[in-house]
Design a protein around this ligand. Structure first.
Ligand code: PMP
Length: 356
């Protein structure tokens, strides 16, 4: 039994596009890719196609995440990894994914684009939006190929126990992949499951440089999975997905000096998260502030719509999450800099005076 037995059979037979850079690397007199021989002299040389999976960045990310490089695939954000997984594992009109709402919206969007069904197993509101993995297991039939677990979860901020996620993966071995989206894991107390993706072939972990590493504009994210899954996804990716300036930005963000700064920023965000959480609970009209393992706080208000508009009128933009099940009175607030958070609190307190 191979984990690829879960993939679309038609893709297994496909030989992916063989790009010039893949066939011959980038040393020598390069006359094989119909590129211009003349780099623009006002910019870093961009006349050559980039490596499909730049080896230096891949090695660096593998080291950072504690995994072997062949198990790691770099793409344009974890968004692209979600899309690739759904396209590779779900046959249109036949297969399905499991999501646990309130959940990150892209899982269901990618499934809809692919023509895959979406089975919803809601987080349990009465237990602080904890997952119900027994219900997830019960929802997995032969059609389900992917189970998405967001840890920490966007938009509720909680995170499942590592032991429970590993037990879920073990229980689904040979039946479905468990895809653990760790976009916010740097802000959590518990460490990443990425190293575990090496020992379980149906456990896939998604990481990103968009959040803690302050690189959302470069669009660099990773999938960590069994090497054969990485190879399968490479076949359906475009030939040169990673723009050279973005690869360079990612390398710069991973040098020792930048990583030290990132560590400071993560610590500052966690401190601000706690300070903001406590301060928000004292604001009139705040019903509940969810505890969070991520870089945002989800907050229930007496009148979330009015609060949203009030903040917007002052140029403070938070996320309206009232469309999510169970969050009909909530807004999601990213933890900003101390100055930004102070501005937010000042505006919310202002409202208190007006309505008092
Ligand atoms: N997963 C989750 C849970 C997210 O919140 C986001 C960003 N909103 C992403 C994935 C996508 O991140 P990116 O594509 O920037 O890596």
């Amino acid at each position: 039994m191979s984990v690829l037995d879960l993939a679309r059979p038609d893709l297994l037979a496909l030989s992916g596009y063989s790009s010039a850079r893949l066939e011959a690397g980038r040393d020598g007199i390069l006359l094989n890719a119909n590129e211009s021989p003349w780099p623009l002299d006002h910019a870093a040389p961009l006349n050559r196609y980039p490596d499909p999976q730049p080896a230096r960045l891949r090695a660096r990310l593998a080291e950072l995440y504690g995994v072997d490089a062949p198990r790691l695939l770099i793409g344009r954000g974890s968004d692209e990894m979600i899309d690739l997984l759904v396209r590779a594992f779900c046959r249109a009109g036949r297969d399905a994914i499991v999501v646990q709402p309130p959940a990150f919206g892209m899982y269901a969007v990618c499934a809809a684009v692919q023509g895959a069904a979406v089975r919803s197993v809601p987080l349990v509101r009465e237990r602080g939006f904890a997952p119900d993995f027994d219900a997830v297991l019960a929802a997995v039939d032969a059609a389900v190929k992917l189970v998405f677990v967001c840890a920490p979860n966007n938009p509720t901020g909680g995170t499942p126990s590592r032991a429970d996620v590993l037990a879920l993966a073990d229980a689904l071995r040979g039946r479905a992949l468990v895809v653990v989206d760790e976009a916010y894991v740097e802000f959590a107390d518990a460490p990443s499951l990425a190293p575990e993706a090496g020992s379980r072939d149906n456990l896939v972990v998604l990481r990103t440089l968009s959040k803690a590493h302050a690189l959302a504009g470069a669009r660099i994210g990773c999938l960590i999975a069994a090497a054969e899954i990485v190879e399968l996804l490479r076949k359906i990716m475009p030939p040169y997905p990673l723009p050279t300036p973005c690869v360079e930005a990612a390398e710069a963000a991973l040098c020792a000096k930048a990583l030290a700064r990132t560590g400071d920023h993560i610590a500052a965000t966690k401190l601000e998260r706690e300070r903001l959480r406590v301060a928000l609970t004292t604001i009139r009209g705040v019903r509940e502030v969810f505890s969070s393992q991520a870089n945002f706080l989800t907050v229930r208000f007496d009148d979330a719509g009015a609060r949203y508009r009030q903040l917007l009128a002052r140029g403070i933009v938070v996320r309206d999450v009232r469309r999510y099940p169970g969050l009909e009175d909530a807004l999601r607030i990213t933890v900003g800099s101390p100055e930004q958070n102070a501005a937010l609190l000042a505006e919310l307190a202002q409202r208190l005076e007006i309505t008092a």
